[in-house]
Ligand binder design. Structure first.
Ligand code: ADP
Ligand code: MG
Length: 571
């Protein structure tokens, strides 16, 4: 874990070296100052050599200035180092999450991902900066101070030494407890995030059932759990900080008393006594730092652990070693004995055989939950098949790169996701560097033109959270415009028109028919009228593909499809 943590320093070697060496020089100067003071009092003052006193004072002043400057570097560049590392980790985590397959998102709460990308990494920068540096410097100054203290007066140094085992014990025990506490805290804040995410995105449902009170209580339960977890951490921390404080003050007092006696009996000069007391401060500063680290380390490490947990989740749909880049596929799709289930306990598809030829429009109908969407999700490899294979143009899709495969497939669903941004940006999501002409042409073919013209800001209208709210039909047309830009040889329309009123549906149907020209098109439809002209209709039931044929043939067969047809048209 630690080695992995340190690997994040590698890209910032230079910063680290500058910061670290400055910190070492600052620490050495800190160690030297009390010695200088002691020498000043014991040797320089009695000599009454004012010239020397002045030049030594100026020398000290210079050293102080240098030390101040170096401390600035340690503070600023050290923090820069920490922030850089934090930013690197956050970037990697985001990229990693983007790579995950659908299964991951099926099983992971959004709030959980959010808090890992944001909160959890909050403390890591501080740890990255202070961790190795403060630890090293603290140990160095601590040992250095002890060594000098022994040189000044061994008896007095022993007095200070007595406290060490107690201090060590306190630090180790509270560190362990805090580790646990901060880990809990992060788990709880992730739950709080999930709750917020849930209630906010479901606010319409919440309010229509007037379940605000219920949601508040549910939220408050999580919030209280978080409070408890965080408080537990601070309790341990406060105990240990107070313990450290008490021990260090106790030692200072003991040294003063014993030192006074030693000085009274002539075993210690005044300069030595002053120097010694100053060294106690030098000695305890690292202890303060270490106790600060005691808060930082478990916090940062708890975050880092959650970071690595996520980083170690490999996406389960990946490119094979020599995956082929495909382009301009013809669009012959062949399912051979395809089996698939979302989890081990339940197969959704079993032994599906299906051949779709290039340019064909094939419609899937059947009861909801039969597996139509699942069949279509397998083609872009949102999930990988468990048994059998899917081939496009004779190549197993598992041997294609995910990127090239997906660039050949367009999907229009019932729910269209629009990003916060302008209308233009949302259309251009189908082809990121599309020109204005291309965007306009696509909008026109999607029958969006007159709508856009009616907007005061046209293509620059903000949509989503801060701007225009769009109707289902308008969203659907944006999705279609995206597809005209993307221009994929294979098209999947998953209940694209199911949520629309009949009039809007007609316009969109026209746009979709235009879109599906010269492409292999898979249509999932609820309303049978929309698939009247499909080249072939496939009836999917829980037991797999039940019927296959064109509209008239299926009516003729008088099976499931004919029955569905009767139900829809003879009310
Ligand atoms: P259809 O599109 O025909 O209505 P689906 O393909 O969406 O059916 O669903 C087929 C079955 O798979 C259903 O039993 C459904 O509950 C299940 N299912 C669909 N999506 C998921 C998912 N992401 N995770 C687990 N089970 C799923
Ligand atoms: Mg479906």
């Amino acid at each position: 874990m630690l080695r992995r943590f340190y690997s994040y320093y590698i890209p910032h070697k230079k910063l680290f070296i500058i910061d670290f060496s400055s910190a070492i020089i600052v620490a050495l100067l800190e160690l030297a100052f009390p010695l200088a003071v002691q020498w000043f009092i014991d040797s320089l003052l009695p000599s009454e050599d004012w010239g020397a006193i002045v030049s030594v004072s100026i020398g000290l002043l210079l050293l102080y200035i240098i030390s101040t400057f170096l401390q600035f570097i340690v503070n600023y560049w050290g923090h820069k180092l920490g922030i850089n590392i934090e930013t690197d980790m956050r970037r990697q985590l985001f990229q990693h999450v983007q790579k995950q397959s659908f299964k991951f998102f099926d099983n992971t709460k959004t709030g959980n991902i959010m808090s890992r990308v944001t909160n959890d990494l909050m403390d890591i920068g501080e740890l990255a900066h202070h961790g190795p540096e403060d630890l090293f410097i603290s140990i160095m100054t601590f040992l250095g101070a002890f060594w000098i203290m022994f040189a000044i007066n061994a008896k007095l140094a022993l007095v200070a030494l007595v406290i060490l085992p107690f201090l060590g014990w306190l630090i180790v025990v509270s560190n362990m407890k805090m580790n646990r506490a901060w880990k809990n805290m992060y788990t709880e804040i992730a739950d709080v995030n999930s709750r917020v995410e849930d209630s906010v995105s479901g606010v319409r449902v919440v309010q229509s059932f007037t379940n605000e009170h219920f949601e508040n209580n549910r939220f408050q339960a999580n919030n209280q759990k978080f409070r408890k977890a965080k408080l537990a951490g601070y309790k341990v921390m406060s105990f240990s900080l107070s313990g450290i404080y008490m021990m260090t003050r106790f030692v200072t007092l003991a040294v003063l008393v014993v030192g006074a006696w030693l000085s009274y009996t002539g075993q210690l000069s005044y300069g030595e006594l002053v120097g010694f007391v100053l060294y106690i401060n030098v000695l305890f500063k690292p202890i303060d730092k270490i106790s600060a680290l005691m808060e930082l380390y478990p916090k940062g490490m708890a975050g880092f652990k959650r970071f690595t947990e996520l980083m170690d989740m490999d996406p389960d749909v990946v490119d094979v070693k020599d995956a082929v880049e495909v382009s301009s596929l013809r669009g012959d799709i062949k399912f051979e004995g395809v089996s698939f289930g979302y989890d081990e306990h339940k197969r959704v598809l079993e032994g599906i055989d299906l051949t779709i030829s290039s340019g064909e429009t094939i419609a899937f109908v059947g009861p909801s939950g039969a597996g139509k969407t699942t069949i279509c999700s397998l083609i872009p490899r949102f999930y990988d098949v468990e048994g059998g294979s899917i081939k496009i143009d004779g190549i197993d899709i598992r041997n294609m790169t995910k990127h090239s495969l997906r660039s050949q497939i367009g999907i229009v669903q019932q729910d269209v996701f629009l990003f916060t941004g302008t209308l233009r940006e949302n259309i251009a999501y189908g082809k990121l560097h599309a020109t204005q002409e291309e965007i306009e042409a696509a909008a026109k073919r999607a029958h969006l033109e007159s709508f856009i013209e009616s907007l005061p800001f046209g293509y620059d209208t903000q949509i989503g959270e801060r701007g225009l709210k769009l109707s289902g039909g308008q969203k659907q047309r944006i999705a279609i415009a995206r597809m005209f830009l993307k221009n994929p040889p294979i098209l999947i329309l998953d209940e694209a028109t199911s949520a629309l009123d009949t009039e809007t549906e007609l316009i969109i149907q026209k746009a979709l028919t235009e879109l599906s020209k010269n492409r292999t098109t898979l249509v999932i439809a609820h309303r049978l009228a929309t698939i009247r002209n499909a080249d072939r209709i496939v009836v999917v039931t829980e037991n797999g593909i039940a019927e296959e044929g064109n509209h008239d043939e299926l009516i003729e067969q008088d099976g499931i499809f004919a029955n569905l047809h009767r139900v829809q048209y003879q009310r």
